[in-house]
Unconditional design. Structure first.
Length: 85
């Protein structure tokens, strides 16, 4: 996995919201797009992701096993299609 990339979820995957000091779990659905801004290391630590514009934590192992990278050209096309590019 590389930092500053977006990934498509292939299998429903748990994410943790830690806002206001309270941790709440959510299931990120199939085909959802999550973005990471740091380079995840090996192991099963938690990593910061953004989903639907909100910050969450996900396990790196879950991201490696349950997502696929979105190529930059596809991201650019999606942004243009949505009118933001």
């Amino acid at each position: 996995m590389r930092k500053n990339r977006s990934y498509r979820i292939k299998t429903p995957t748990m994410a943790i919201s830690a806002q206001d000091g309270t941790r709440t779990t959510f299931m990120v659905p199939v085909n959802a797009i999550v973005s990471i801004s740091e380079d995840p290391r090996e192991g099963d630590r938690l990593i910061d992701v953004v989903w639907n514009g909100e910050p969450f934590l996900m396990f790196t192992q879950d991201l490696r096993q349950r997502c696929e990278p979105i190529e930059e050209s596809a991201q650019d096309h999606r942004s243009t299609w949505l009118g933001s590019g």
